[in-house]
Design a binder for this molecule. Structure first.
Ligand code: AMP
Length: 208
């Protein structure tokens, strides 16, 4: 199954993606994680991407498409994948249609107040990209790979407000885009992680 997860920053896309990957064996592709790894490796594309990410700006569509085209053509993603953080603009959604057919788009509809609370307690593994929340996870190392967790540079109250605005302006139009294609399923993203995942499980089982 080919799935897209949409929602504002901090809506829990990463957490749900990992649960889906674990329970349904569907590989998780996060553009944010791919870009962070590329930046750390300091490839020429990584250096270009750094210019945008360091200012919490969206990476230009042509660069994003270039990276994603290469990923989505890989054998391991031939039958199943779960996109988290892509597409983020209408242009990206239209370009994605030329690469692959999507089965289902899940929207985590989350309010700014909830998002602000979540990102201020979010920690990320810089090595494998796993995401934790200090409210529910008290260790300082990653449970999957043992690396020391860090806060994301773009997880602060001012930046998150800007990223939320950007979501409203550029990503929200995707809701109508996928609704018109009859692919959109909406979930109340303000609910606890387990409740959201329960709903997703039911959706995916009925679609399999
Ligand atoms: P995320 O981890 O999904 O919150 O993404 C972190 C950052 O990566 C964003 O603030 C953007 O700078 C960049 N990014 C990730 N995905 C995309 C995308 N689809 N289009 C443009 N920029 C992206």
């Amino acid at each position: 199954m080919k799935i897209i997860l949409i929602g504002p920053p901090g809506s829990g896309k990463g957490s749900q993606a990992r649960l889906i990957q674990k329970n349904f064996n569907i590989p998780h592709i996060s553009t944010g994680n791919i870009f962070r790894i590329m930046m750390n490796e300091e490839t020429s594309l990584g250096k270009e991407i750094f210019k945008y990410m360091s200012e919490a700006k969206l990476v230009p569509d042509d660069l994003v498409i270039k990276v994603m085209k290469e990923y989505l053509n890989r054998e391991e993603f031939k039958n199943n994948f779960l996109l988290d953080g892509f597409p983020r603009t209408l242009e990206q959604a239209e370009q994605l249609e030329n690469i692959v057919d999507i089965d289902i788009v899940i929207l985590l509809d989350t309010h700014l107040k909830i998002v602000q609370k979540r990102v201020l307690t979010r920690m990320i593994c810089p090595y494998c990209g796993d995401v934790y929340n200090t409210v529910s996870y008290s260790k300082v190392t990653c449970n999957s790979c043992g690396a020391t967790l860090k806060a994301r540079k773009d997880d602060n109250a001012a930046i998150i407000k800007e990223r939320f605005k950007e979501y409203e302006l550029l990503t929200k139009p995707l809701i109508k885009y996928y609704k018109d294609k009859n692919k959109l399923k909406t979930i109340d993203g303000d609910q606890p992680i387990e409740v959201i995942f329960d709903t997703i499980k039911k959706m995916l089982v009925s679609d399999l």
